[in-house]
Design a binder for this molecule. Structure first.
Ligand SMILES: [Zn+2]
Length: 247
């Protein structure tokens, strides 16, 4: 039996038995972990309060060999994010993020970049809840990238020429981005403004990305949402349970 202490972000919880919960958390030490938290639904349980979705914790758990479900022993709040729970749209956005992290991450596989990215996105939502959709686009692009599903956004997938004003950038049905010549007609053209946005996700942390996105027109925001929706749908081979843009 191993004891593990790690920073962790609670993604989702289910009631279990009389007073227990099953908790799905993204941990820094071991990626997505599912665990039982015994007695955490008792009144005034500090343990329970620390296991609310999107709470950042110092989590202690035991794991046994060959058992997927770990046993959660202690959770100390690092940041509660309780202030976010009063906005329905924010809550839906967070649930959407949690769902996608669970869908895209093999259990018990540490991914420090993923952990830090999700934490930074959550921080950006705290700082400016009104920019939820902008942060979600950033999150989607990085989730795709970190799990190896993001097409090259700088160069043509066939001839590897860097995209520029004359080459254009076309998304083909196989979800590869190609230049005008290699795309040979089919495929949907990405607007220049969207290409700039995509490149900005690669250079900036979530909060500066939000700042840099304030002047982006609505039509480009919609184009961006449509692109990530298509890419994610293709990876999952279905549409996510929650649609990111909530329309
Ligand atoms: Zn090409």
């Amino acid at each position: 039996m191993a004891i593990i202490e790690t920073e962790a972000l609670v993604l989702r919880t289910y009631n279990f038995g009389e007073a227990d919960k099953i908790v799905v958390a993204l941990t820094q030490a071991a990626g997505v972990v599912r665990g039982v938290a015994k007695g955490c639904r008792k009144l005034k349980s500090r343990f329970g309060a620390a296991l609310e979705p999107f709470t950042l914790n110092k989590l202690t758990y035991y794991e046994k060999e060959n058992q997927e479900l770990v046993s959660l022993r202690q959770a100390e709040i690092v940041k509660s994010h309780f202030d976010l729970s009063s906005h329905a749209e924010t809550l839906t956005g967070l649930a959407y993020m949690g769902d996608l992290v669970i869908e895209f991450s093999p259990p018990h596989e540490a991914n420090d970049n993923l952990f830090r990215m999700v934490k930074a996105c959550l921080e950006a939502i705290c700082q400016s809840p009104d920019d939820l959709q902008v942060v979600l686009r950033y999150f989607e692009i990085w989730l795709l990238k970190l799990q190896g599903y993001l097409p090259d956004i700088r160069r043509c997938g066939d001839c590897h020429q860097e995209f520029n004003d004359t080459s254009g950038a076309f998304l083909n049905l196989d979800l590869v981005l190609r230049c005008r010549g290699c795309s040979q007609g089919p495929g949907s053209a990405l607007s220049k403004k969207l290409q700039t946005q995509l490149r900005a996700t690669q250079k900036l942390a979530p909060q500066p990305f939000v700042q840099a996105s304030h002047e982006v027109p609505e039509v480009v925001r919609r184009e961006f949402a449509e692109l990530t929706h298509q890419l994610i749908g293709r990876v999952l081979e279905r549409q996510p349970r929650l649609r990111s843009t909530f329309q």
